[in-house]
Design a protein around this ligand. Structure first.
Ligand code: C2E
Ligand code: CA
Ligand code: CA
Length: 317
């Protein structure tokens, strides 16, 4: 800063010892520029802040309102279960069922789980879904257990739920309440949920230690490496319906189902073929020695009243 004028200078000493001035700027104009710049920065910061606030105001109520709607649906009885028969492929008997959730809308239409399960996961409400499913099962299953005491029931468990032991507690309570024998209650976990959850292994061990069987759902579609099969103890391998429908065709994935059956045998776990739609598919898997099957050919997901009729109907006897 030049002592006399107060201006700001950029100086360089030349080799001859003389001062060469490269630039000078009056201090007053520089201060004015700094003031201008800070005004600009402040207005930018204000604009960004305002945009953030508006976004929060727009998105948060939407999230919290879908949360309220889903929570209300969960405790006001808008959720209900359909049960899809699981058959013993060798005898053809219905030995169990998978509980599949539906959401009844106010206009009478029904929303499928493909829509609300991901929403529940996003809103961290997965445990409320399984809690609701367990409550409905506790209410509806006793009528069926009276007629078929060793009936199996499968419940779907979300990836999020494998991070705490709450699901173990919930399923143990259900098992005790219905006086189910070991392996009558089955927790279905997808392969990808095993990859996502850090605490899946201790949770699975606890489930099994408490007499709850574990099924790997949609096998072959997740990110699970084969080494996971050795890491995670489980009881049932559910062959995904995409491989079941491709089996016996000349599709590139045609032979996969057969390989999964071989794999289940070498692991010593039961295989379940999902999505069986034709008698040919049923016969194909029966011939391969697959123990269990599920699919529209044996029955689409149905209300408990219909399942009751089915297990005591003429087909069963
Ligand atoms: P998932 O566990 O693989 O259930 C089987 C799905 O395949 C069901 O669809 C069922 O209706 C359908 N399906 C059964 N047989 C056949 C068939 O022969 N052909 C064809 N094309 N499809 C068949 P849904 O009921 O729409 O369930 C979709 C998924 O939603 C389930 O897949 C499961 O991952 C999830 N989900 C359902 N209920 C619950 C629940 O209570 N909790 C959780 N966490 N997930 C659930
Ligand atoms: Ca399932
Ligand atoms: Ca499945």
């Amino acid at each position: 800063q030049d002592r006399q004028s107060g201006d700001l200078l950029v100086r360089r000493l030349s080799t001859s010892g003389q001062t060469v001035i490269l630039a000078s700027r009056s201090a007053a104009s520089l201060q004015a520029q700094i003031a201008n710049g800070s005004h600009y920065l402040w207005s930018q910061a204000l604009l960004i802040g305002l945009a953030g606030a508006i976004l929060t105001l727009l998105v948060y109520p939407r999230q919290s309102s879908s949360r309220r709607v889903l929570e209300r649906a969960l405790h006001s009885g808008q959720m209900f279960l359909l049960y899809q028969p699981v058959v013993d492929l060798q005898s053809g008997q219905c030995i169990g069922a998978e509980a599949l959730m539906r959401w009844r809308q106010q206009d009478g239409s029904t929303l499928g789980p493909d829509v609300f399960i991901p929403l529940a996961e996003q809103l961290q409400l997965s445990d409320r879904i399984s809690d609701c499913a367990c409550q409905i099962i506790a209410r509806e299953l006793p009528a069926l257990l009276q007629r078929v005491p060793d009936f199996h029931i499968s419940v779907n468990v979300s990836a999020q739920e494998l991070n705490t032991f709450a699901i173990v507690q919930r399923l143990v309570e259900l098992r005790q309440r219905l006086r189910l024998q070991p392996s009558q209650l089955i927790a279905e976990l997808t392969e990808s949920s095993l990859a996502e959850a850090e605490r899946a292994l201790p949770v699975i061990r606890q489930l099994r230690a408490n007499g709850i069987s574990v099924a790997i759902d949609d096998f072959g579609t997740g990110y699970c490496s084969l080494s996971y099969l050795a890491t995670y103890p489980f009881d049932i391998l559910k062959i995904d319906k995409s491989f079941v429908s491709a089996a016996g065709t000349d599709s590139i994935i045609g032979p996969i189902a057969e390989h999964i059956v071989t794999l289940s045998k070498s692991l010593g776990v039961a295989a379940l073929a999902e999505g069986i739609e034709t008698p040919e598919q049923a016969e194909n898997f029966r011939r391969q020695g697959v123990a269990l099957a599920q699919g529209y050919y044996f029955g689409a997901p149905m209300p408990m009243a219909q399942l009751l009729e089915r297990v005591q109907g003429p087909a069963q006897s």
